[in-house]
Design a protein around this ligand. Structure first.
Ligand SMILES: Cc1cc2nc3c(=O)[nH]c(=O)nc-3n(C[C@H](O)[C@H](O)[C@H](O)COP(=O)(O)O)c2cc1C
Length: 176
């Protein structure tokens, strides 16, 4: 893979992973990519929590999500058995937290692609992490004081390749 445009073109969400764990070096590259993302006013307010998919807190989040959804246990969990999860949290009172977290998570996603890894951005646990058990999960996930969940990303080795999504420039773009 040559560079950033290649990574953008080839990336797509991975929802099937091998059991191979990421190395510490790979995780360090992903975290650095997140830390190097721009933030409003260079506030650098995004916090990154790295957890293995096997961490018991991940199962607790899954259970809380399912209980809120009122759904039967789905065939796959929210992180698709990826070996590594990164939870991004941010200052709940900073007006650009959500945008900054989105930029940071995409940096991680593209870095993963460049490393030959797969990833999927995870938003479906937001209600669980911001609901009744918000303080409990914030502590368990080591969020800093006054921080709340913004977005997460699951990363691992791809068990299947997927074609990047199609798009419709005529519908989504105006040149004025
Ligand atoms: C903010 C955000 C939240 C997302 N949350 C989830 C999620 O909870 N579960 C999931 O499987 N995919 C999630 N995705 C992935 C999208 O479904 C995916 O990016 C979209 O379908 C386009 O597919 P692609 O990533 O393969 O191009 C999320 C993506 C974004 C940007």
């Amino acid at each position: 893979m040559n560079g950033i445009l290649d990574a953008i073109e080839k990336r797509s969400s991975t929802r099937s992973y091998t059991e191979q764990k990421l190395t510490q070096e790979e995780i360090a590259v992903l975290i650095k990519a997140g830390l190097q993302a721009p933030t409003a006013r260079n506030e650098q307010e995004i916090h990154f929590t790295v957890a293995e998919g096997t961490n018991p807190i991940v199962k607790e989040i899954e259970d809380e999500k399912n209980s809120l959804n009122g759904s039967a246990q789905p065939a796959v969990n929210f992180y698709y058995n990826a070996p590594t999860l990164i939870f991004l949290s941010a200052d709940k009172d900073f007006p650009w937290s959500a945008v900054d977290a989105g930029i940071a998570v995409e940096n991680i996603s593209l870095a993963a692609e460049q490393l030959g890894l797969g990833s999927v951005i995870i938003g479906c646990i937001k209600a669980a992490l911001r609901g009744e058990k918000k303080d409990y999960f914030a502590k368990a996930l080591a969020f800093p004081e006054n921080y709340e969940f913004e977005i997460a990303i699951a990363v691992g080795y791809k068990a299947a390749e997927k074609v990047p999504h199609d798009f419709d420039e005529a519908k989504n773009v105006s040149y004025i």
